[in-house]
Design a protein around this ligand. Structure first.
Ligand code: GRG
Length: 298
């Protein structure tokens, strides 16, 4: 493995340990709820969002460890969205991260509450600082909490999910599809990059460059997700494949075709990498993550 690959693997292990430490044990009251949140949060997954947070903090010269609470928060929010998305009222899925979905194991009511608990715990973890509280650190964390809340809210992940649900079985044009993708999946990924940089004290041109990177990567991620849904099987994906077609969902593949979707993903990767150029070697981990997003098979 390359040095950069090793560094990412080290970050991934640190994220796993921090996530484990960020939740009460399974035996703590109420045990069913804690079993459910731990089941879903610690079920594996690529941990892309926390890695983006840490790599973004590193890209502006900050210590990645300082950004770990945000790294945990974004993975909790992402997991909340997956648990809720899998519910019968939404995507109605049985398989997630290669395991039965949360509601299949714990029932619908507990799965709804487990998602709620993860969303709430994310903000608790983000804004809790050890005494004595460092005022500048608190100020940055609060700014990032507002950014994150907006990325999840009515014009972000949740808003995008609503328009996505309303679009099932409906002819969707290309601008609408892009708006759904940028909100449903892109907003949280963008917030990971911007949030990591803001915690590291970034501003000005550096922050603007990272915003371009985050927007391109956020859209590329969903375009590739659409390609994988159409081309890979459930064993590789760890979730049901072919769901989009079955739900008559508009995707980059159904609206633009497979070849055009692949060209779009490549063009977005090029845009993301170009945006990183002014950061020099400090942007290399983010560059590797962008390549992995576009070249992934699961
Ligand atoms: C229910 C409020 C609410 C929102 C749901 C994120 C989302 C919105 C729905 C998930 C449906 C889905 C499969 C979207 C495609 C993009 C996506 C988020 C894929 C899963 O993310 P990965 O590949 O998963 O990063 P892992 O398991 O690796 O973390």
């Amino acid at each position: 493995m390359s040095d950069l690959g090793e560094r990412l693997e080290g970050y991934r292990r640190e994220v796993e340990a921090a996530l484990d430490a960020s939740l009460p044990p399974e035996t703590a009251w109420p045990a069913t709820l804690h079993r459910a949140v731990r089941y879903s949060l610690l079920a594996g997954g690529k941990r892309l969002r926390p890695l983006l947070v840490l790599a973004s903090a590193e890209s502006v010269g900050a210590a990645a460890a300082d950004a770990m609470p945000l790294a945990c928060a974004v993975e909790m929010i992402h997991t909340f969205s997956l648990v809720h998305d899998d519910l019968p009222a939404m995507d109605d899925d049985d398989l997630r991260r290669g395991k039965p979905t949360c509601h299949k194991v714990f029932g619908e009511a507990v799965a709804i509450l487990a998602g709620d608990a993860l969303l709430s715990r994310a903000f608790e973890v983000l804004v809790t600082l050890p005494d004595p509280v460092d005022a500048e650190r608190l100020r940055r964390r609060l700014g990032v909490a507002a950014l994150l809340a907006s990325a999840v809210g009515t014009t972000g992940l949740i808003g995008g999910q609503v328009e996505d649900l309303e679009s099932e079985g409906v002819a969707v044009d290309a601008p609408t599809l892009e708006r759904i993708h940028r909100a449903k999946t892109g907003a949280l990924l963008r917030a990971c990059v911007r949030g990591g940089a803001l915690l590291g004290g970034a501003g000005g041109d550096e922050l603007a460059a990272l915003d371009v990177y985050g927007a391109a990567l956020g859209l590329a991620f969903q375009v590739v997700d659409d390609i994988l849904d159409a081309t890979e099987d459930a064993t590789r994906l760890g979730k049901t494949a072919g769901k989009d077609e079955a739900a008559r969902k508009a995707t980059y593949v159904t609206v633009h075709g497979l070849d055009a979707a692949r060209r779009t993903a490549d063009a977005l990767l090029a845009e993301a990498l170009t945006a990183l150029a002014p950061l020099g070697p400090r942007g290399e981990t983010l560059a590797l993550l962008a390549r992995r997003v576009v070249e992934r098979r699961a």
